[in-house]
Write a protein that binds this ligand. Sequence first.
Ligand code: FUB
Length: 343
Amino acid sequence: AANKDSAEAKKDTLPKAKFISKPLVTTIYTADPSAHVFNGKVYVYPSHDIDTGTPENDNGDHFNMKDFHVLSMDSVGAPVLDNGEALNIKDIPWAGRQLWAPDAAYEKGTYYLYFPVKDKSDIFRIGVATSKSPVGPFKAEPKPIEGSFSIDPCVFKDTDGSYYMYFGGIWGGQLQRWATGKYSGPNGSKTDLQKDDAPALTAKVAKLSPNMLGFAETAKDVVILDENGKPLLGKDHDRRFFEGSWMYKYNNKYYFTYSTGDTHLLCYATGTSPYGPFTYKGVILKPVQGWTTHHSIVEIKGKWYLFYHDTELSGKTHLRNVKVTELKYRPDGSIETIDEFVK
Ligand code: FUB
């Protein structure tokens, strides 16, 4: 209730920007929406933003989340239900702080919730929790996924039934600390490689093991190429990967979609294998209100939708709200760029 009151009080003091869509829920703050259709119903797995008074910094310490709530709806536009707490940080035995953007998957009667959280040494790892219900409660495994690091897991089921996890995020997401393949400690670059003319850091991908609880292989680089077939460079802030991976298939092509972070764009790149390489294609969503931008893309009843977040309710970058809008393709498979502000 405290969240609701403060969200609605703040809303009245904000300038009246016109947005193309409305927050899916207004009773809690939500972000980083990973949407899925399970058994014909739409489930959204978001971060649950709260205000713990932690000062804002480039490491994202102000994103100090402590639990997850799953949202559900019969279809896009239908009433949205907040199904209550699905997992709390205190029930993750290895967790320290900051429960960031999750994703979910369903396989053989079990729902899997994948989440990044800092361990007790303040290093981001990715964990997994299971439930017989899509809305939880989920039970966390006793340890993080072996070989996992950084943030923002996205779990993709390919048409042959194989599952892959895409993950990683630079700056506060700590991906740059793993540039050599091993953890380099907190004292290296605080942002990225800091080499403008070298290939940019990439997201990572690993096939999941058949039990869905681990990696079947060492994570590989998700390389994004420019129009000349060369990897995007560190200085290419409008196109290089920052965080928020998503993967899906459309017309037999793999679409790797992501956020450029400090330039606030959601972009896409396409390829012919789940491992890439992917070729940069363009912008999906122009900058939203708020510093972060994070999304998922899913087909629901024959239409494609972009789930994303902004800060319409609070005006504060760490108190976000999830939204949905339709995504449209041109006949050649390219995506029409969305601007969240009404012209
Ligand atoms: O919600 C915390 C972080 O903010 C996510 O992990 C990033 O993708 C950004 O949205």
